[in-house]
Design a protein around this ligand. Structure first.
Ligand SMILES: Cc1cc2nc3c(=O)[nH]c(=O)nc-3n(C[C@H](O)[C@H](O)[C@H](O)COP(=O)(O)O)c2cc1C
Length: 301
């Protein structure tokens, strides 16, 4: 099938027949995932093909997506800044520190790789579904899959023989999405048209669907803290050592202030202090504060 025809027909598939993907097709999918373009040739991603049924069941339950178990194949795509570090170390170059830009390019690399696999699968007649639900159990998945520092889950992908079909799902009018030369904020009328265009995807009320994820109290807010803490643990927070396990330096300060009366930073040191006690830590602000909180290098007052 021509790519444009695949795009015209494609829709995410959430129900699958209990049929395996033949070896030669699987080979094509694995080939495709590595053919995606990649930043600076580095291939800042990995893909875990989950074949263990128990692990699949666990992932299915944790992500809240039954199709993770039912599909013939499930892949977890990871941002991977660990392997590049290993190559540098092996060749005798000191690895740099770039947690934010690393995160940026690793997410792009992982997404492109997943998209290349997905489109190839669809062109072969398989159904696919991306699984952002991995963010519903982000710390647990990171731990159970034994991801080393610098590696983090980006998105999951189910692939299998479809047991459902239907028309392609709607998209926003192009004028809301494609801009020319400068960003153009939507007008009220266009927002109304957008809501109407997307209504069929959500039984007539797309805003309600958006709210479930993006409004106050929605899923994204609930995911934010475990996501941020896990990224810190994976060494991807510029201000915190991974042992801090906190969402951010600000969050660590707030946490400190629930127990301590004040937090004081000086060049290369931090203090926490309350009525009868003070503790000190050394280093960059996050490191010093963590040290101060966990006993510090000072006997106290
Ligand atoms: C990053 C990402 C995360 C997604 N997460 C899930 C998910 O966890 N579960 C699911 O059933 N579908 C998931 N989807 C599929 C979307 O719901 C789907 O692409 C969207 O509704 C548009 O439908 P279509 O792909 O059929 O056009 C995800 C898609 C993307 C790109």
């Amino acid at each position: 099938m021509k790519l444009i025809e695949v795009l015209q027909k494609r829709r995410s598939v959430r129900r699958y027949q209990q049929k395996p993907i033949p070896k030669e097709d699987l080979e094509a999918l694995l080939f495709a995932l590595q053919r995606a373009p990649t930043d600076a040739t580095a291939q800042l991603y990995s893909a875990v093909r989950v074949t263990d049924k128990d692990l699949r069941r666990w992932l299915s339950e944790k992500t809240g997506n039954p199709h993770v178990l039912e599909a013939a194949e499930f892949f977890l795509f990871l941002g991977d800044l660990y392997r590049v570090r290993r190559f540098l170390e092996k060749a005798g170059y000191p690895p740099g520190r770039f947690p934010k830009t690393g995160l940026h390019f690793a997410l792009i690399d992982a997404s492109l790789s997943a998209a290349f696999l997905a489109l190839t699968a669809e062109s072969l007649g398989y159904g696919i579904c991306f699984i952002g639900g991995v963010l519903n159990a982000y710390p647990e998945i990171t731990e159970v899959l034994a991801l080393p520092e610098g590696v983090f889950p980006a998105v999951g992908l189910t692939v299998g023989v479809p047991a459902e079909d239907g028309p392609p799902r709607p998209r926003l009018p192009r004028g809301l999405v494609v801009h020319e030369n400068r960003y153009r904020a939507p007008e009220e009328k266009e927002l109304e048209e957008g809501l109407q265009a997307m209504a069929p995807i959500a039984r007539g009320d797309w805003a309600r669907l958006l709210a479930r994820y993006f409004a106050q109290g929605g899923a994204m807010e609930a995911r934010e803290a475990p996501y941020g803490k896990t990224l810190t643990r994976q060494g991807l927070d510029p201000d915190l050592p991974k042992e801090a396990g906190a969402y951010s330096l600000g969050a660590l300060i707030e946490e400190a202030l629930t127990e301590w009366r004040s937090v004081l930073f000086r060049p290369k040191e931090a203090w926490v202090e309350k009525e009868d006690k003070a503790q000190r830590g050394e280093g960059r602000p996050g490191e010093a504060l963590l040290q101060a909180l966990t006993g510090g290098g000072f006997p106290g007052l």
